[in-house]
Design a protein around this ligand. Structure first.
Ligand SMILES: [Mg+2]
Length: 168
């Protein structure tokens, strides 16, 4: 890895983290989702352990790329800056669009197939921050962000589960 590569990576990571925060998603919110997913398997799991696993997920470049791509599209749609038909599709979170879920798969994939089950479950239940992100009444566009946040939590849960299995 050259210094230049490193610089590009840290720029993506910084942007991904900053945009998550600016769009109202904190580490605590994501940790809460990981706890929701893992509590019944690991009753002693702490928020700190959840955050550690989220940190590791956020270090992956494919995760950073998915985050900045999805949030960028949400922001452009919110400002009315996309071309049709994308502008209408993304700003109304059209249910048959599906590219938001496809992008999220890139995040889930980083720790293997167990992530799919976690993601499916959390997407159906919509606990915590996911409920806010799915609430269309506040005028924000979170078409991509809800799937991204669910996927980060699912990937962090998978990492946690893999590591727990290895130490048992
Ligand atoms: Mg969505």
């Amino acid at each position: 890895m050259t210094i230049n590569d490193k610089h590009v990576m840290s720029m993506s990571e910084k942007t991904a983290r900053r945009w998550l925060a600016e769009r109202g998603v904190t580490m605590e919110h994501i940790a809460e989702l990981v706890l929701f997913l893992q509590k019944k398997y690991h009753p002693n799991l702490t928020v700190e352990e959840c955050k550690e696993n989220i940190e590791r997920v956020l270090k992956k470049r494919e995760v950073q790329n998915a985050i900045i791509t999805g949030i960028q599209l949400d922001i452009l749609a919110e400002k009315g800056l996309l071309e049709e038909p994308l502008q209408s599709i993304i700003s109304t979170d059209e249910s048959l669009y599906g590219v938001d879920e496809t992008l999220a798969l890139g995040i889930i994939n980083v720790y293997g197939s167990i992530g799919f089950t976690n993601y499916g479950y959390i997407d159906k239940e919509k606990p915590g921050i996911l409920q806010y992100l799915n609430d269309k009444s506040h005028g924000k566009v979170h078409t991509f962000l809800d799937d991204i946040v669910g996927a980060i939590a699912a990937a962090a849960s998978s990492r946690l589960a893999h590591r727990a299995a290895q130490t048992e």
